[in-house]
Design a protein around this ligand. Structure first.
Ligand code: ADP
Length: 658
C-alpha cells in the first residue's frame, strides 16, 4: 500500500469543491457516468483497431445503490486504469491558482469543473469518501484500489478484481442522502444520460403483478444509445422523427409540424433535429425547449445565446462539441463559433421552410396558421431571415385563401391603387365586428385580409417600411369610409352649407358619451346613400400604435392615450337629410375682429383694427330628438361600442319606437 498527497499546487482543493460547488451538486453523476462512457468507448475503439484482442462482453454501465452501506457505485467495463494511470490521471491534478479561479466563478460550478477537468473530483461534492476499484484492459495488469476521504491524502494498494473496468464507489455524505434514493437517481439519469452512446442500467425493470410491483430479470436501461439526431436522415422516416419528438418531450401530446435535421462538419461540428411545435398564442410558453448536448451528454436547455432568439420557440436537440460550455453566457454571444452556429441554424431553418413551401404548398398552407407567429417573429428580429422568408411568408384573406406578399400585390393592384398611386391593402382584425365595412369594400370589388395574429400589426409595418416605393399601405377596413381609404377621383359631394354641417355636427356632439378613456370626433362625409346614416371609424395610425403598445415596452405613451373614434354623419343618407331638413335657422350676432386697409394712414402697418358685429346664420337641431340618440347608438352598436346602461337604454327606446 502506498500513501501520498494529491498533487495540487493550491494546498487543498477539497474545501473549495465542497464550499463553492454547491449550486449544481447533481452534476457529479453526469461527470462520473461520462467518464465511464468514455472508458467504454475507448475500449471499443481499441478493439476495432485490433489493439485489444480480448472479449468485449457486456459493456453496460451500471449505477448501483447500497442503502445499508450508504454507497452509490458507477461501474463500467471499459479500459480501466493501471496504478501508473491512477497516479497520472487522478493523483496529479495539476492546476494552479485553483482557489483564485474558484472565487471568481463561484456561482458557476460547471465552469470550474469543465475548466480543470475536475470531473472525477466532483464526487466529493456529495461523498465523504470515494473509492476506485479498477482493472486495466492491458495484459497482466494488476487491479488497483484507491481511496480518499476528502482530504489531500489518499491510499493506493493492489487489490483483486475479477472484471476489467472501473467501479467508482461514493460513500454518500449524511447531508446528501437524497442521492441514495432510487427516484432521485433515476430522474438524474433520465435528465443527463438519456441519449448517451453506451447503455446505462439502473436496477431492473419493474412490472405490476397481482397489485404488487415486482422486479423483472431485464435491466432497466435508461438511455437510447442511437438517438435520431445521430443517425442519417436517409435512414429515418417521418414516423421516426415524430417518435423521437415524443421521446424528448413525453408530456407533449401534439405532433410537431415540421422537423429539420441539422448536420455540419465544417467549420464546426453540429448535429441535431429541430421541430416546429404547434405554438399557442403566447410567445413565452414554449421557450427553453431546445436541449443542448455535447457528444450526447445533456448540458442545458438554456440556449438563448446559442440560437437566435426567435428560434428558441422551436423544440429539439442541438449537439455540438464546438460550443464552449465552460464560459459565461455573455461571452458566448461574442464567440465566433457560436455566431456561425446561430447563422447556420437560421439559414437552415429558412431553407427548409422554403423547400417545404415549394414542394408541397397545400400542406404548407395548412400549417401556416400554426407557424405564422414564429416566422413573423423571425422576420421582425432577423434581417437575414426576413430576406429568405419574404418568399414564403403568407397573407390570408377573408375567404381563407393564402398569398405571398408579391402574389397578393399583383392580385389587388388594379382595383386597390388609389389616385395617388398608393397600393392600399385592406384588412380586418375582427371580421364580425367590421362586417358592414367589409361588405362595402367587397361591393367595390376590393379584397380584405385577415390580420388577427399577435404580430400582424408589426408585420404590416415592416412590409410597409420595406416596400421599395413607399407606396404600400395597410389600412383597416373600418378606419374610414371606403371611398376615403382608397380615394379614386374627387370625392362625392353634398349640397349642404358649412353652417348646416356645423349645426348637425354640434347636435350629435352634444349627446355623445365622453370619458377619459374614450374620445369622439364628429365629421360629415358624403358617403354613399346605401351606407349607414351614422358610423364609427378609427384612425389607422393611432389604433396601430395602441395595438403595438400592448405588446411592446417603450410605447406605453400610446397605450395611455384615450381611444379616439370618429363618428361619421353620412350626408348622403336620407335619414341624415331628413334631420337637416328639420333644423331651425337663426341669425345670431357675432363679434369679429375686422382688419381694414386704411389708405390715408401713414402708419407703418397701414392697418387699423376694430371690432365689428356681423350676423351669422346658425342651424340648430333639437337635442331631444330621439332619432339623434337612435342613430348614434346604432353606429356605436355596429362597432361593438355600445355597452351596459347605454345598451339597455337603446333596447328600451327601440321597443318604444316600434
Ligand atoms: P476528464 O474526464 O475531464 O479528463 P476527470 O477528472 O473526470 O477529467 O478524469 C480524469 C481522467 O481519469 C480521465 O481523463 C481518464 O483518463 C481517467 N478516468 C476517470 N474515470 C475513469 C474510468 N471510469 N475509467 C477509466 N479511466 C477513467
Amino acid at each position: 500500500m502506498s500513501k501520498g498527497n494529491i498533487g495540487v499546487t493550491s494546498n487543498n482543493i477539497f474545501p473549495v469543491i465542497k464550499k463553492f460547488l454547491y449550486s449544481d451538486h447533481e452534476i457529479f453523476l453526469r461527470e462520473l457516468i461520462s467518464n465511464a462512457v468514455d472508458a467504454t468507448q475507448k475500449l471499443k475503439t481499441l478493439a476495432s483497431v485490433g489493439d485489444f484482442k480480448g472479449e468485449l462482453g457486456d459493456l453496460t454501465v451500471r449505477v448501483l445503490i447500497d442503502k445499508d452501506k450508504k454507497t452509490l457505485t458507477v461501474r463500467d467495463r471499459g479500459i480501466g486504469m493501471t496504478a501508473d494511470e491512477v497516479n497520472k490521471y487522478i493523483n496529479e491534478i495539476a492546476f494552479s491558482g485553483a482557489e483564485e479561479f474558484v472565487n471568481k466563478y463561484k456561482d458557476k460550478a460547471e465552469a470550474i469543473i469543465g475548466h480543470f477537468g475536475l470531473g472525477f473530483y466532483s464526487a466529493f461534492m456529495v461523498a465523504k469518501k470515494v473509492e476506485i476499484f479498477t482493472l486495466s484492459y492491458a495484459e497482466d495488469a494488476k487491479a488497483v484500489h484507491w481511496s480518499c476521504e476528502g482530504n489531500p491524502e489518499y491510499t493506493m494498494e493492489d487489490t483483486v478484481k475479477a472484471d476489467r473496468g472501473t467501479d467508482i464507489v461514493l460513500h454518500i455524505d449524511d447531508e446528501f442522502t437524497q442521492y441514495l434514493e432510487d427516484a432521485t437517481i433515476e430522474n438524474l439519469l433520465r435528465k443527463y444520460c438519456k441519449f448517451l452512446p453506451v447503455e446505462i442500467a439502473f436496477g431492473k425493470k419493474k412490472d405490476w403483478k397481482d397489485g404488487k410491483q415486482v422486479e423483472l430479470d431485464e435491466d432497466n436501461i435508461i438511455n437510447d444509445v442511437n438517438p435520431a439526431w445521430t443517425r442519417k436522415p436517409t435512414e429515418l422516416t417521418d414516423e421516426d422523427y415524430d417518435k423521437f419528438y415524443h421521446e424528448l418531450y413525453p408530456m407533449q401530446m401534439e405532433e410537431p409540424l415540421f422537423h429539420i435535421h441539422l448536420n455540419v462538419d465544417y467549420p464546426f461540428h453540429l448535429t441535431g433535429i429541430l421541430y416546429f411545435p404547434k405554438i399557442k398564442n403566447n410567445l413565452d410558453v414554449h421557450r427553453n425547449k431546445i436541449q443542448l448536448y455535447c457528444n450526447q451528454v445533456y448540458v442545458t436547455d438554456e440556449v438563448e445565446n446559442i440560437v437566435p432568439e426567435y428560434l428558441t420557440l422551436l423544440h429539439g436537440v442541438i449537439d455540438s462539441p464546438d460550443i464552449p460550455l465552460n464560459v459565461s453566457r455573455s461571452y458566448l454571444q461574442s464567440d465566433n463559433n457560436v455566431k456561425k452556429i446561430s447563422g447556420y441554424i437560421t439559414k437552415k431553418v429558412a431553407d427548409k421552410l422554403a423547400e417545404l413551401f415549394k414542394a408541397d404548398r397545400e400542406n404548407f398552407e395548412k400549417k401556416w396558421d400554426d407557424v405564422k407567429m414564429f416566422i413573423q417573429f423571425g422576420m421582425l428580429t432577423d434581417e437575414k431571415f426576413y430576406e429568405k422568408a419574404i418568399g414564403f411568408a403568407l397573407l390570408k384573406n377573408l375567404d381563407g385563401k393564402y398569398f405571398t406578399l408579391d402574389e397578393y400585390k399583383a392580385k389587388v393592384k388594379e382595383a386597390q391603387t388609389d389616385k395617388d398611386g398608393n397600393l392600399v391593402l385592406l384588412y380586418a382584425q375582427d371580421p364580425d365586428a367590421s362586417y358592414s365595412y367589409i361588405q362595402r369594400a367587397k361591393e367595390k370589388g376590393y379584397d380584405v385580409l385577415l390580420m388577427n395574429g399577435e404580430l400582424d400589426v408589426h408585420a404590416m409595418s415592416q412590409f410597409e417600411q420595406k416596400a421599395e416605393d413607399y407606396k404600400l399601405r395597410f389600412v383597416r377596413v373600418d378606419s374610414d369610409i371606403i371611398e376615403n381609404i382608397i380615394k379614386k377621383e374627387e370625392a362625392a359631394k353634398d349640397n349642404y352649407s358649412a353652417e348646416q354641417k356645423e349645426g348637425l355636427r354640434k347636435a350629435f356632439e352634444s349627446i355623445l358619451p365622453e370619458s377619459e378613456k374614450l374620445k369622439y370626433t364628429v365629421t360629415c362625409e358624403a358617403a354613399s346613400a346605401d351606407a349607414l346614416p351614422v358610423f364609427i371609424t378609427q384612425n389607422e395610425f393611432m389604433r396601430r400604435m395602441k395595438d403595438m403598445a400592448a405588446h411592446q415596452q417603450g410605447l406605453s405613451f400610446y397605450g395611455q392615450m384615450p381611444d379616439s373614434y370618429t363618428l361619421v354623419l353620412n350626408t348622403n343618407h336620407p335619414l341624415i337629410q331628413a334631420l337637416v331638413a328639420k333644423m331651425t335657422e337663426e341669425q345670431v350676432e357675432e363679434k369679429v375682429e375686422k382688419k381694414e386697409e386704411n389708405p390715408t394712414s401713414n402708419s407703418e402697418s397701414g392697418q387699423t383694427s376694430n371690432n365689428e358685429v356681423v350676423l351669422k346664420t346658425v342651424y340648430r337641431l333639437d337635442g331631444e330628438d330621439e332619432r339623434l340618440h337612435q342613430l348614434t347608438d346604432i353606429a356605436l352598436l355596429a362597432s361593438g361600442l355600445l355597452k351596459g346602461e347605454a345598451l339597455a337604454k337603446f333596447v328600451n327606446r327601440s321597443v318604444e319606437l316600434l
